[in-house]
Design a protein around this ligand. Structure first.
Ligand SMILES: NC(=O)c1ccc[n+]([C@@H]2O[C@H](COP(=O)([O-])OP(=O)(O)OC[C@H]3O[C@@H](n4cnc5c(N)ncnc54)[C@H](O)[C@@H]3O)[C@@H](O)[C@H]2O)c1
Ligand SMILES: [Zn+2]
Length: 387
Protein backbone atom coordinates (compact mmCIF):
# COMPACT_ATOMS: atom_id res chain seq x y z
CA UNK A 1 0.00 0.00 0.00
CA UNK A 2 1.31 3.45 -0.81
CA UNK A 3 0.22 7.00 -1.45
CA UNK A 4 2.06 9.06 -3.99
CA UNK A 5 1.37 12.77 -4.39
CA UNK A 6 1.34 14.10 -7.94
CA UNK A 7 1.04 17.69 -9.07
CA UNK A 8 1.89 20.30 -11.64
CA UNK A 9 2.49 24.02 -11.67
CA UNK A 10 0.47 26.28 -13.92
CA UNK A 11 1.57 29.60 -15.22
CA UNK A 12 -0.68 32.06 -17.00
CA UNK A 13 0.21 35.33 -18.71
CA UNK A 14 -2.28 37.76 -20.17
CA UNK A 15 -1.89 41.22 -21.67
CA UNK A 16 -3.87 44.16 -20.26
CA UNK A 17 -3.87 47.09 -22.70
CA UNK A 18 -5.07 50.65 -22.15
CA UNK A 19 -5.76 52.32 -25.46
CA UNK A 20 -8.16 54.66 -27.21
CA UNK A 21 -10.21 53.61 -30.23
CA UNK A 22 -10.10 49.83 -29.72
CA UNK A 23 -11.72 49.17 -33.10
CA UNK A 24 -10.04 51.95 -35.08
CA UNK A 25 -8.75 49.93 -38.07
CA UNK A 26 -5.05 50.67 -37.56
CA UNK A 27 -4.98 50.24 -33.78
CA UNK A 28 -3.10 46.95 -33.30
CA UNK A 29 -3.93 46.46 -29.57
CA UNK A 30 -7.01 44.28 -29.99
CA UNK A 31 -5.62 42.10 -32.81
CA UNK A 32 -2.32 41.66 -30.97
CA UNK A 33 -4.13 40.70 -27.77
CA UNK A 34 -6.02 37.95 -29.58
CA UNK A 35 -3.27 36.64 -31.80
CA UNK A 36 -0.49 36.77 -29.18
CA UNK A 37 2.19 35.95 -31.73
CA UNK A 38 0.32 33.10 -33.45
CA UNK A 39 -0.01 34.60 -36.95
CA UNK A 40 -0.11 31.27 -38.72
CA UNK A 41 -3.86 30.75 -38.50
CA UNK A 42 -7.24 32.43 -38.54
CA UNK A 43 -8.70 33.27 -35.09
CA UNK A 44 -12.50 32.97 -34.92
CA UNK A 45 -14.38 35.40 -32.73
CA UNK A 46 -17.82 35.43 -31.15
CA UNK A 47 -18.33 39.04 -30.05
CA UNK A 48 -20.95 39.77 -27.38
CA UNK A 49 -21.86 43.38 -26.60
CA UNK A 50 -23.56 44.89 -23.52
CA UNK A 51 -26.86 46.51 -24.60
CA UNK A 52 -25.86 49.73 -22.80
CA UNK A 53 -22.75 49.89 -25.00
CA UNK A 54 -24.62 48.95 -28.18
CA UNK A 55 -27.13 51.76 -27.69
CA UNK A 56 -24.53 54.44 -26.96
CA UNK A 57 -22.04 53.30 -29.63
CA UNK A 58 -24.40 52.72 -32.59
CA UNK A 59 -21.57 52.16 -35.10
CA UNK A 60 -19.79 49.56 -32.98
CA UNK A 61 -21.07 46.57 -34.92
CA UNK A 62 -19.86 47.99 -38.24
CA UNK A 63 -16.59 49.12 -36.66
CA UNK A 64 -15.90 45.60 -35.38
CA UNK A 65 -16.72 44.09 -38.77
CA UNK A 66 -14.46 46.61 -40.54
CA UNK A 67 -11.68 45.95 -38.00
CA UNK A 68 -11.85 42.21 -38.58
CA UNK A 69 -11.81 42.78 -42.36
CA UNK A 70 -8.73 44.97 -41.99
CA UNK A 71 -7.03 42.22 -39.94
CA UNK A 72 -8.27 39.30 -42.08
CA UNK A 73 -7.50 36.49 -42.36
CA UNK A 74 -6.02 36.53 -38.84
CA UNK A 75 -9.32 37.67 -37.34
CA UNK A 76 -12.61 36.15 -38.51
CA UNK A 77 -16.03 36.98 -37.09
CA UNK A 78 -18.26 33.95 -36.56
CA UNK A 79 -21.30 36.22 -36.79
CA UNK A 80 -22.13 39.93 -36.46
CA UNK A 81 -21.82 40.99 -32.82
CA UNK A 82 -24.55 39.62 -30.55
CA UNK A 83 -26.15 41.92 -27.98
CA UNK A 84 -26.95 40.88 -24.41
CA UNK A 85 -28.76 42.86 -21.75
CA UNK A 86 -26.40 45.03 -19.69
CA UNK A 87 -26.31 45.76 -15.98
CA UNK A 88 -27.03 43.38 -13.13
CA UNK A 89 -29.86 41.81 -15.19
CA UNK A 90 -27.05 40.00 -17.04
CA UNK A 91 -26.36 38.10 -13.81
CA UNK A 92 -29.93 37.27 -12.76
CA UNK A 93 -29.84 33.50 -12.68
CA UNK A 94 -28.47 31.21 -15.35
CA UNK A 95 -30.59 32.21 -18.38
CA UNK A 96 -28.38 34.93 -19.92
CA UNK A 97 -25.31 32.70 -19.48
CA UNK A 98 -27.13 29.75 -21.04
CA UNK A 99 -28.03 31.95 -24.03
CA UNK A 100 -24.30 32.54 -24.51
CA UNK A 101 -23.57 28.82 -24.14
CA UNK A 102 -26.22 28.26 -26.84
CA UNK A 103 -24.53 30.74 -29.20
CA UNK A 104 -21.19 29.00 -28.60
CA UNK A 105 -22.85 25.74 -29.57
CA UNK A 106 -24.72 26.87 -32.67
CA UNK A 107 -21.82 28.93 -34.01
CA UNK A 108 -19.28 26.16 -33.49
CA UNK A 109 -17.04 28.21 -31.20
CA UNK A 110 -14.30 25.88 -29.95
CA UNK A 111 -11.37 26.09 -27.58
CA UNK A 112 -9.11 27.60 -30.25
CA UNK A 113 -11.72 30.32 -30.84
CA UNK A 114 -12.42 33.39 -28.69
CA UNK A 115 -15.43 34.81 -26.96
CA UNK A 116 -15.02 38.58 -26.90
CA UNK A 117 -17.06 40.26 -24.16
CA UNK A 118 -17.58 44.01 -24.54
CA UNK A 119 -19.32 45.61 -21.60
CA UNK A 120 -19.58 46.51 -17.96
CA UNK A 121 -18.55 44.27 -15.08
CA UNK A 122 -21.87 42.44 -15.01
CA UNK A 123 -21.79 41.40 -18.68
CA UNK A 124 -18.10 40.47 -18.39
CA UNK A 125 -18.83 38.29 -15.34
CA UNK A 126 -21.73 36.54 -17.06
CA UNK A 127 -20.11 36.01 -20.48
CA UNK A 128 -16.85 34.85 -18.88
CA UNK A 129 -18.80 32.34 -16.80
CA UNK A 130 -20.65 31.04 -19.87
CA UNK A 131 -17.38 30.69 -21.79
CA UNK A 132 -15.78 28.93 -18.83
CA UNK A 133 -18.40 26.18 -18.74
CA UNK A 134 -18.81 25.66 -22.51
CA UNK A 135 -16.41 23.00 -23.77
CA UNK A 136 -14.85 23.18 -20.26
CA UNK A 137 -13.42 26.55 -21.12
CA UNK A 138 -13.34 28.75 -24.21
CA UNK A 139 -10.82 31.64 -24.27
CA UNK A 140 -12.26 35.00 -23.22
CA UNK A 141 -11.04 38.38 -24.35
CA UNK A 142 -12.55 41.21 -22.33
CA UNK A 143 -13.15 44.74 -23.54
CA UNK A 144 -14.29 46.47 -20.34
CA UNK A 145 -16.42 49.56 -20.94
CA UNK A 146 -17.02 51.01 -17.46
CA UNK A 147 -14.70 52.64 -14.95
CA UNK A 148 -15.28 49.78 -12.55
CA UNK A 149 -14.56 47.11 -15.14
CA UNK A 150 -11.45 48.88 -16.49
CA UNK A 151 -10.05 49.52 -13.03
CA UNK A 152 -11.04 46.27 -11.33
CA UNK A 153 -13.33 43.54 -12.60
CA UNK A 154 -12.19 43.40 -16.25
CA UNK A 155 -8.96 41.55 -15.46
CA UNK A 156 -10.34 39.63 -12.48
CA UNK A 157 -9.64 35.91 -12.51
CA UNK A 158 -13.14 35.14 -11.29
CA UNK A 159 -16.53 35.28 -12.95
CA UNK A 160 -20.07 34.38 -12.00
CA UNK A 161 -23.78 35.07 -11.87
CA UNK A 162 -26.25 35.55 -9.02
CA UNK A 163 -28.42 32.65 -7.85
CA UNK A 164 -30.72 32.05 -4.85
CA UNK A 165 -30.69 35.82 -4.29
CA UNK A 166 -26.95 35.64 -3.57
CA UNK A 167 -24.27 37.55 -5.46
CA UNK A 168 -21.92 35.43 -7.55
CA UNK A 169 -23.26 32.18 -6.09
CA UNK A 170 -22.21 30.26 -9.19
CA UNK A 171 -19.02 30.99 -11.04
CA UNK A 172 -15.51 29.83 -11.73
CA UNK A 173 -11.94 31.03 -11.44
CA UNK A 174 -10.50 31.53 -14.93
CA UNK A 175 -8.04 34.22 -15.99
CA UNK A 176 -8.89 36.08 -19.21
CA UNK A 177 -6.93 35.46 -22.41
CA UNK A 178 -6.47 39.22 -22.78
CA UNK A 179 -8.00 42.53 -21.70
CA UNK A 180 -8.24 45.61 -23.94
CA UNK A 181 -9.53 48.82 -22.34
CA UNK A 182 -10.77 51.64 -24.56
CA UNK A 183 -10.94 55.22 -23.23
CA UNK A 184 -13.73 56.00 -25.71
CA UNK A 185 -16.18 53.81 -23.83
CA UNK A 186 -15.91 55.78 -20.58
CA UNK A 187 -17.24 58.92 -22.29
CA UNK A 188 -20.73 57.52 -22.78
CA UNK A 189 -21.28 56.31 -19.22
CA UNK A 190 -24.11 57.73 -17.14
CA UNK A 191 -22.72 59.72 -14.18
CA UNK A 192 -23.75 57.07 -11.63
CA UNK A 193 -22.02 54.30 -13.57
CA UNK A 194 -18.96 56.48 -14.13
CA UNK A 195 -18.69 57.15 -10.39
CA UNK A 196 -18.86 53.44 -9.47
CA UNK A 197 -15.26 52.72 -10.50
CA UNK A 198 -14.07 55.36 -8.04
CA UNK A 199 -15.29 53.26 -5.11
CA UNK A 200 -12.99 50.38 -6.08
CA UNK A 201 -10.15 52.87 -6.64
CA UNK A 202 -10.62 54.29 -3.12
CA UNK A 203 -10.83 50.74 -1.79
CA UNK A 204 -7.56 49.58 -3.30
CA UNK A 205 -5.84 52.87 -2.38
CA UNK A 206 -6.94 52.60 1.24
CA UNK A 207 -5.64 49.03 1.35
CA UNK A 208 -2.44 49.32 -0.66
CA UNK A 209 -1.25 52.82 -1.44
CA UNK A 210 -1.66 55.82 0.87
CA UNK A 211 -0.08 58.15 -1.74
CA UNK A 212 -2.72 57.17 -4.29
CA UNK A 213 -5.34 57.74 -1.62
CA UNK A 214 -3.99 61.26 -1.02
CA UNK A 215 -4.22 61.92 -4.77
CA UNK A 216 -7.82 60.65 -4.87
CA UNK A 217 -8.60 62.80 -1.83
CA UNK A 218 -7.12 65.92 -3.46
CA UNK A 219 -8.98 65.28 -6.73
CA UNK A 220 -12.22 63.91 -5.31
CA UNK A 221 -14.53 66.67 -6.58
CA UNK A 222 -12.86 66.73 -10.00
CA UNK A 223 -13.25 62.95 -10.24
CA UNK A 224 -16.86 63.17 -9.07
CA UNK A 225 -17.57 65.69 -11.84
CA UNK A 226 -16.38 63.10 -14.36
CA UNK A 227 -13.20 64.83 -15.57
CA UNK A 228 -11.91 62.47 -18.27
CA UNK A 229 -8.16 62.86 -17.64
CA UNK A 230 -8.44 62.50 -13.87
CA UNK A 231 -10.75 59.51 -14.30
CA UNK A 232 -8.36 57.82 -16.71
CA UNK A 233 -5.48 58.28 -14.25
CA UNK A 234 -7.59 56.89 -11.38
CA UNK A 235 -8.72 53.88 -13.39
CA UNK A 236 -5.20 53.00 -14.58
CA UNK A 237 -3.65 53.26 -11.10
CA UNK A 238 -6.52 51.23 -9.66
CA UNK A 239 -5.88 48.57 -12.31
CA UNK A 240 -2.15 48.46 -11.54
CA UNK A 241 -2.74 47.98 -7.82
CA UNK A 242 -5.42 45.31 -8.31
CA UNK A 243 -3.24 43.45 -10.81
CA UNK A 244 -0.17 43.64 -8.58
CA UNK A 245 -2.22 42.01 -5.85
CA UNK A 246 -3.85 39.33 -8.02
CA UNK A 247 -0.60 38.36 -9.69
CA UNK A 248 1.68 38.86 -6.71
CA UNK A 249 0.00 37.64 -3.54
CA UNK A 250 0.25 33.92 -4.25
CA UNK A 251 -3.46 33.15 -3.90
CA UNK A 252 -5.16 34.25 -7.15
CA UNK A 253 -7.81 31.55 -6.80
CA UNK A 254 -8.63 32.43 -3.19
CA UNK A 255 -7.84 29.02 -1.75
CA UNK A 256 -7.48 30.56 1.70
CA UNK A 257 -10.29 32.08 3.75
CA UNK A 258 -9.28 35.66 3.10
CA UNK A 259 -10.39 38.08 0.41
CA UNK A 260 -7.87 40.84 1.05
CA UNK A 261 -9.19 43.06 -1.75
CA UNK A 262 -12.78 42.85 -0.58
CA UNK A 263 -12.74 45.67 1.98
CA UNK A 264 -16.33 46.86 2.50
CA UNK A 265 -17.72 44.01 0.45
CA UNK A 266 -19.39 41.80 3.07
CA UNK A 267 -22.19 44.35 3.49
CA UNK A 268 -21.96 45.68 -0.08
CA UNK A 269 -22.99 42.39 -1.67
CA UNK A 270 -25.86 42.04 0.81
CA UNK A 271 -26.99 45.64 0.30
CA UNK A 272 -27.12 45.10 -3.46
CA UNK A 273 -29.37 42.08 -2.93
CA UNK A 274 -31.62 43.69 -0.27
CA UNK A 275 -32.16 46.74 -2.45
CA UNK A 276 -32.99 44.54 -5.45
CA UNK A 277 -29.88 45.95 -7.12
CA UNK A 278 -31.23 49.47 -7.00
CA UNK A 279 -27.89 50.15 -5.30
CA UNK A 280 -25.14 49.50 -7.85
CA UNK A 281 -22.03 47.53 -6.95
CA UNK A 282 -19.72 50.56 -6.75
CA UNK A 283 -22.28 52.52 -4.72
CA UNK A 284 -22.71 49.59 -2.36
CA UNK A 285 -18.93 49.28 -1.97
CA UNK A 286 -18.75 52.98 -1.02
CA UNK A 287 -21.44 52.45 1.65
CA UNK A 288 -19.86 49.17 2.78
CA UNK A 289 -16.46 50.83 3.22
CA UNK A 290 -18.04 53.72 5.13
CA UNK A 291 -19.79 51.20 7.38
CA UNK A 292 -16.57 49.31 8.08
CA UNK A 293 -14.65 52.55 8.64
CA UNK A 294 -17.16 53.71 11.25
CA UNK A 295 -17.14 50.18 12.72
CA UNK A 296 -13.36 50.38 13.13
CA UNK A 297 -13.69 53.71 14.92
CA UNK A 298 -16.28 52.31 17.36
CA UNK A 299 -14.15 49.23 17.95
CA UNK A 300 -11.12 51.43 18.78
CA UNK A 301 -9.19 50.19 15.73
CA UNK A 302 -9.00 53.35 13.63
CA UNK A 303 -8.63 57.03 14.51
CA UNK A 304 -11.24 59.67 13.63
CA UNK A 305 -8.78 61.53 11.36
CA UNK A 306 -8.26 58.66 8.90
CA UNK A 307 -11.92 57.71 9.12
CA UNK A 308 -12.95 61.28 8.36
CA UNK A 309 -10.59 61.49 5.36
CA UNK A 310 -12.04 58.34 3.80
CA UNK A 311 -15.66 59.35 4.31
CA UNK A 312 -15.05 62.92 3.10
CA UNK A 313 -13.32 61.65 -0.05
CA UNK A 314 -16.20 59.34 -0.92
CA UNK A 315 -18.73 62.11 -0.23
CA UNK A 316 -16.81 64.63 -2.36
CA UNK A 317 -16.85 62.10 -5.20
CA UNK A 318 -20.64 62.18 -4.99
CA UNK A 319 -21.34 58.93 -3.15
CA UNK A 320 -24.29 58.90 -0.78
CA UNK A 321 -23.07 56.89 2.21
CA UNK A 322 -26.39 55.69 3.52
CA UNK A 323 -29.37 53.74 2.22
CA UNK A 324 -32.72 52.86 3.83
CA UNK A 325 -32.13 49.18 2.95
CA UNK A 326 -29.43 49.12 5.65
CA UNK A 327 -32.28 49.21 8.17
CA UNK A 328 -34.23 46.28 6.70
CA UNK A 329 -35.02 43.69 9.38
CA UNK A 330 -35.86 40.01 8.98
CA UNK A 331 -38.66 38.06 10.77
CA UNK A 332 -36.50 37.67 13.89
CA UNK A 333 -36.09 41.43 14.12
CA UNK A 334 -32.36 41.26 13.32
CA UNK A 335 -30.85 43.55 10.68
CA UNK A 336 -30.81 41.70 7.34
CA UNK A 337 -27.48 43.29 6.39
CA UNK A 338 -25.84 41.20 9.14
CA UNK A 339 -26.64 38.06 7.11
CA UNK A 340 -23.97 39.36 4.75
CA UNK A 341 -21.32 38.32 7.25
CA UNK A 342 -22.48 34.71 7.27
CA UNK A 343 -22.88 34.65 3.48
CA UNK A 344 -19.38 36.08 3.09
CA UNK A 345 -18.02 33.31 5.32
CA UNK A 346 -20.03 30.59 3.55
CA UNK A 347 -18.80 31.79 0.16
CA UNK A 348 -15.19 31.11 1.14
CA UNK A 349 -15.59 28.50 3.82
CA UNK A 350 -13.32 28.33 6.82
CA UNK A 351 -13.09 31.00 9.45
CA UNK A 352 -14.83 34.35 8.98
CA UNK A 353 -12.14 36.68 7.61
CA UNK A 354 -12.96 40.33 7.07
CA UNK A 355 -10.46 42.95 5.96
CA UNK A 356 -10.55 45.99 8.27
CA UNK A 357 -8.30 49.01 8.82
CA UNK A 358 -5.84 50.26 11.41
CA UNK A 359 -5.17 53.27 9.18
CA UNK A 360 -4.97 54.34 5.54
CA UNK A 361 -2.67 51.80 3.91
CA UNK A 362 -2.77 49.58 7.03
CA UNK A 363 -5.32 46.77 6.51
CA UNK A 364 -5.57 43.74 8.74
CA UNK A 365 -7.73 40.62 8.89
CA UNK A 366 -10.40 40.33 11.57
CA UNK A 367 -12.21 37.10 12.43
CA UNK A 368 -15.07 38.57 14.42
CA UNK A 369 -17.34 41.58 14.17
CA UNK A 370 -19.16 42.96 17.17
CA UNK A 371 -22.79 43.40 16.11
CA UNK A 372 -23.39 46.29 18.52
CA UNK A 373 -20.63 48.24 16.77
CA UNK A 374 -22.12 47.36 13.36
CA UNK A 375 -25.38 48.91 14.58
CA UNK A 376 -23.49 51.96 15.87
CA UNK A 377 -21.78 52.32 12.49
CA UNK A 378 -25.11 52.19 10.66
CA UNK A 379 -26.49 54.81 13.05
CA UNK A 380 -23.46 57.01 12.26
CA UNK A 381 -24.06 56.74 8.51
CA UNK A 382 -27.69 57.73 9.01
CA UNK A 383 -26.67 60.68 11.15
CA UNK A 384 -23.81 61.82 8.90
CA UNK A 385 -25.63 61.63 5.56
CA UNK A 386 -27.78 64.48 4.34
CA UNK A 387 -31.44 63.44 4.11
N1 LIG B 1 -15.29 39.47 -11.23
C1 LIG B 1 -14.90 40.32 -10.31
O1 LIG B 1 -13.88 40.11 -9.65
C2 LIG B 1 -15.69 41.57 -10.05
C3 LIG B 1 -15.09 42.63 -9.35
C4 LIG B 1 -15.84 43.80 -9.13
C5 LIG B 1 -17.14 43.87 -9.60
N2 LIG B 1 -17.68 42.81 -10.27
C6 LIG B 1 -19.07 42.88 -10.76
O2 LIG B 1 -19.20 43.93 -11.70
C7 LIG B 1 -20.57 44.36 -11.72
C8 LIG B 1 -20.65 45.86 -11.75
O3 LIG B 1 -20.00 46.31 -12.93
P1 LIG B 1 -20.12 47.81 -13.49
O4 LIG B 1 -19.95 48.79 -12.39
O5 LIG B 1 -19.25 47.84 -14.64
O6 LIG B 1 -21.65 47.96 -13.86
P2 LIG B 1 -22.60 47.18 -14.89
O7 LIG B 1 -21.91 46.12 -15.62
O8 LIG B 1 -23.80 46.82 -14.11
O9 LIG B 1 -22.95 48.33 -15.96
C9 LIG B 1 -23.65 49.49 -15.53
C10 LIG B 1 -24.52 50.05 -16.67
O10 LIG B 1 -23.69 50.69 -17.63
C11 LIG B 1 -24.04 50.25 -18.95
N3 LIG B 1 -22.81 50.42 -19.73
C12 LIG B 1 -21.72 49.64 -19.75
N4 LIG B 1 -20.76 50.22 -20.49
C13 LIG B 1 -21.27 51.38 -20.96
C14 LIG B 1 -20.76 52.43 -21.77
N5 LIG B 1 -19.49 52.43 -22.21
N6 LIG B 1 -21.56 53.48 -22.06
C15 LIG B 1 -22.83 53.53 -21.58
N7 LIG B 1 -23.37 52.57 -20.79
C16 LIG B 1 -22.59 51.52 -20.48
C17 LIG B 1 -24.55 48.84 -18.75
O11 LIG B 1 -25.42 48.45 -19.80
C18 LIG B 1 -25.31 49.00 -17.43
O12 LIG B 1 -26.59 49.49 -17.66
C19 LIG B 1 -21.23 43.72 -10.51
O13 LIG B 1 -22.04 42.65 -10.90
C20 LIG B 1 -20.07 43.24 -9.68
O14 LIG B 1 -20.40 42.14 -8.87
C21 LIG B 1 -16.98 41.68 -10.51
ZN1 LIG C 1 -16.12 45.10 -5.82
Amino acid sequence: MSTTHYGFDLSHQFPVAFTSGVFAPDNPSFADAIVRGDRSRSHRLLVIVDSGVASTHPNLNEDIAAYCDRHAPMLALATPAMVTRGGEAAKFGMDPALDVVGWINTLGIDRQSYVVAIGGGAVLDMVSFAAAIAHRGVRVVRVPTTTLAQGDSGFAVKNGVNLFGKKNFVGTFVPPWAVVNGAEFLRTLAPRDRRCGLAEAVKVAVLKDSEFFAWLEANASLLGSGDADAMQAAVERSAELHLAHICGNGDPFELGSARPLDFGHWSAHKLEAISNHEVKHGEAVAIGMALDVRYCVHAGLLNETDAGRILATLTAMGFHLDHPALLTRGPSGALTIIDGLQEFREHLGGELTITLLHGIGRPFEAHHMDLAHVQNAIDDLRALSPA
